[in-house]
Design a protein around this ligand. Structure first.
Ligand code: PHE
Length: 444
């Protein structure tokens, strides 16, 4: 149970409530959502199972686990580089994740002070622009979030936070359902549903396909060793298949629910679905500002979101911290401060992306856009390829069958998807998006 809670806590976070709606909006809705769902089940499931089984077999931090198993399975210790890429990905992801979590932290205080009550769409939009436009405020809230994260990881009170997941996720669910009720009665619910679930494939580019796949990795916390690090603590008798299925379903359900709350509000208030990273910060305060008891519920909602972000942040730091502790004999506190300090400093790239360095654009956009693209759309899927290839090609059948408890139908489905479907699909989408595969369809 502790393991399920830890993995669920890591999976459910800003990815579901902040990132999924904004990416669905930017990428045109339905077709993006469909590709995301396909990726979650056809790629996400086998990758997650592979990652957990590797973690449980290695029983070490991701770097050491990959080195050990590489050797044990008759390949090479160089597989540790996959663990190393995960450590790096976690650091880069948390560098911007913490900034967005800082926004959430600030919005908790704003809600509590009644800043949004009765506010119009313009006022809410102006408040967001004023807040993110002031780099000192963004830096302060990023610092606050990171400081508490470092404290939690240093003290090793993750256990307490895992226990918090026990009520956190149900509470988040209840509030989202209440918001759904509000969206159905006060929003343009039908337009919202149509936007999310009517695929327009003409509007789908390989770039948005890659974004959908990247989001599947990001939201499930897979491809960077977080789940592998947690897997090291999983008892031998627990079912990896059952656990993965539970986490995937819960995570996906919460993301879809968030989408069903956000888009009816977007259309009812004539907002732009393609607004970008500010989307939830435009829509939710508006809804809370208009509903009875909104200051109270808004505050609770943002508090829950901050806690959900903490349980994810811990997962993002875990590969790096466990590696320093186990392989460099650091104390947990030292490791947390070193890793956290580095992440905090790197985070300034994102802090400034919304104000002082707003105009600094290259490749995919701002510094934030590039860090996000590099991690979600490149490092995590690549990690997924290596993890599935390792589990399903390099590891011998006996090892994996033992971890997955037998060689029945479920095992065969896992092995087939991990051997062929996941790595091939990931590489295909990836190469298509960077334009390295020729276009064979007529008319191009
Ligand atoms: N899955 C988390 C979210 O959706 C983010 C995360 C990614 C956490 C990778 C850990 C590892 O918010």
């Amino acid at each position: 149970m502790a393991f399920i809670l830890a993995v669920t806590g890591s999976a459910v976070g800003l990815g579901n409530i902040w990132k999924f709606p904004y990416l669905a909006g930017v990428n045109g809705g339905g077709a993006f959502v469909l590709v995301y769902l396909l990726c979650v089940f056809a790629i996400g499931m086998p990758v997650m199972m592979s990652e957990i089984l590797i973690g449980r077999r290695g029983r070490r931090n991701p770097v050491a686990t990959m080195a050990l198993l590489g050797e044990e399975e008759g390949s090479t210790r160089h597989w540790r580089l996959v663990g190393g890429m995960g450590v790096l990905a976690g650091i880069l992801i948390l560098s911007y994740y913490s900034v967005i979590a800082g926004w959430t932290l600030a919005y908790t205080l704003k809600s509590a002070s009644g800043a949004f009550s009765g506010a119009s769409a313009d006022q809410v939009g102006a408040a967001f622009a004023a807040f993110t436009g002031d780099w000192r405020l963004v830096a302060l809230s990023h610092t606050g979030f990171m400081a508490i994260t470092i404290f939690i990881v240093a003290r090793g009170v993750e256990r307490g936070l895992e226990q918090a997941v026990r009520f956190l996720v149900p509470a988040l669910l209840v509030l989202l359902l209440a918001l759904l009720g509000y969206a159905i009665t006060s929003g343009h619910f039908v337009s919202g549903v149509a936007f999310l679930f009517t695929p327009d494939f003409d509007a789908l580019t390989w770039d948005s396909g890659l974004a959908a796949m990247g989001q599947a990795f990001f939201t499930l916390s897979i491809g960077m060793g977080a789940v592998m690090a947690y897997g090291a603590y999983l008892p031998a008798e627990t079912s990896i298949t059952g656990t993965s299925a539970a986490v995937v379903l819960a995570d996906t359900g919460i993301a879809l629910l968030a989408g069903l709350v956000i888009f009816p509000l977007v259309f009812a208030n004539a907002l732009n679905p393609g607004e970008g990273p500010g989307l939830v910060f435009f829509t939710l305060p508006l809804a809370f500002g208009q509903m009875p008891g909104g200051d109270f519920f808004g505050t609770i909602f943002f508090v829950l979101l901050v806690f959900a972000a903490w349980t994810s942040a811990i997962g993002l730091m875990e590969p790096a911290v466990a590696w320093l502790v186990e392989s460099f004999n650091r104390s947990r506190a030292q490791a947390a401060v070193m890793v956290g300090g580095l992440i905090w400093a790197v985070g300034f790239g994102t802090v400034l992306s919304f104000n002082l360095l707003d105009d600094l654009r290259f490749y995919k956009g701002t510094i934030f856009d590039n860090v996000d693209h590099l991690t979600s759309n490149v490092m995590l899927p690549l990690g997924g390829v290596f993890i599935t290839v390792f589990a399903a090609w390099v590891m011998c059948r006996n090892s994996t069958a033992e971890e997955l408890h037998g060689a029945g139908t479920m095992y065969r489905i896992w092995r087939f998807t991990a051997r062929y479907v996941a790595p091939v699909a990931i590489l295909f989408v990836f190469l298509k998006a960077v334009g390295l595969l020729p276009d064979l369809t007529a008319g191009g």
